[in-house]
Design a protein around this ligand. Structure first.
Ligand SMILES: C[S@@+](CC[C@H](N)C(=O)[O-])C[C@H]1O[C@@H](n2cnc3c(N)ncnc32)[C@H](O)[C@@H]1O
Length: 285
């Protein structure tokens, strides 16, 4: 059997089970089963497939047909040029979060000075994706990733080791809905992708998303509980001039700006993504 034929049979099976985007899933899974990139698979559909790869592929396709996300099946997810470990204990990093990192890096670059260390706090770090991307792209930054989930922090710590940024990162298990330890105060930047889905919408999400940790999704009845808490923590952790960068969802911008205004943040604004949707809230204390 060839790689092209394997991917085609996986695609038909997934399509017959109404899995969304069956071709993309079948291509990713066949490429991973063969140990090649998706690009290589497309370029060489005549690659021969041994029985071990075939067995692995069909085990994965079966899981995909039961709506496990690709990230959970493969155990990794690309994010800003890194290949990060993911599991059912962390949110799978999303492409839109790269915009949050981009906005945070712009602010860090604008305020950088030779010999000066930028201190950052990532509230709700999950896989560590934001903290790690900041560390990789801002060599003078030191980042503390905070999460209430010890299992998520173990994933983040392993990701830091693999990315070679353990020296720039620290991990703290803490609940950001309460005041955080005093040693975090004085940060230059607080960044966060908090859970912001209204609780009532969660049962209607795609099955793949519902397999992700509830604590990474659920923003309370109005979707704003964690955003409110993050703004309150940022107010405590940042000195005057410190920056807050927050991922939000369409429709939450106005409320988020109001929280920031009440907490004394200036230069408040919302950045939209390439589809014109509210995506990032920024403020300066
Ligand atoms: C939307 S996920 C973001 C994960 C990662 N930063 C990303 O962008 O992919 C939110 C994270 O916040 C954590 N979290 C939720 N509520 C929390 C709280 N009250 N205190 C600390 N962490 C919390 C969850 O465990 C989860 O890892």
């Amino acid at each position: 059997m060839t790689a092209g034929a394997l991917a085609a049979s996986g695609r038909s099976f997934l399509a017959s089970r109404d899995v969304p985007e069956p071709a993309a899933s079948a291509e990713f899974l066949s490429a991973a089963a063969l140990g090649v990139s998706r690009g290589e698979l497309m370029a060489r559909p005549d690659l021969p497939v041994g029985w071990v790869a075939r067995l692995r592929f069909w085990r994965w396709v079966w899981r995909r047909s039961r709506r496990f996300p690709l990230g959970h099946i493969l155990g990794s997810q690309p994010f800003m040029g890194m290949e990060l470990e993911v599991s059912s204990k962390v949110l799978i990093p999303r492409p839109e979060t790269e915009e949050v990192v981009g906005a945070a890096l712009d602010l860090l670059r604008a305020s950088s000075a030779p010999g000066r260390t930028a201190r950052c706090v990532d509230l709700g770090t999950g896989s560590g994706c934001i903290a790690l991307a900041l560390a990789r792209h801002a060599a003078d930054a030191r980042i503390v990733g905070v999460d209430a989930s010890g299992a998520a922090l173990r994933v983040a710590r392993r990701n830091a080791r693999r990315q070679g940024v353990s020296g720039q990162t620290r991990w703290l298990r803490a609940d950001f809905s309460r005041p955080l330890p005093a040693w975090l105060q004085g940060a230059d930047l607080v960044v966060s992708n908090p859970p912001y889905i209204p609780s009532g919408r969660i049962p209607r999400l795609d099955p793949e998303v519902r397999r992700e940790p509830r604590a990474a999704l659920d923003g309370g009845p109005d979707g704003l509980a964690a955003i409110r808490a993050v703004v309150a923590r940022a107010r405590e952790l940042l000195p005057p001039g410190g920056r807050l960068v927050l991922e939000i969802d369409e429709g939450l911008g106005r409320a988020c700006l109001a929280f920031m205004e009440a907490a004394g943040f200036q230069a408040r604004r919302i950045l939209r993504d390439c589809r014109g949707l509210e995506r990032v809230a920024l403020g300066r204390k």
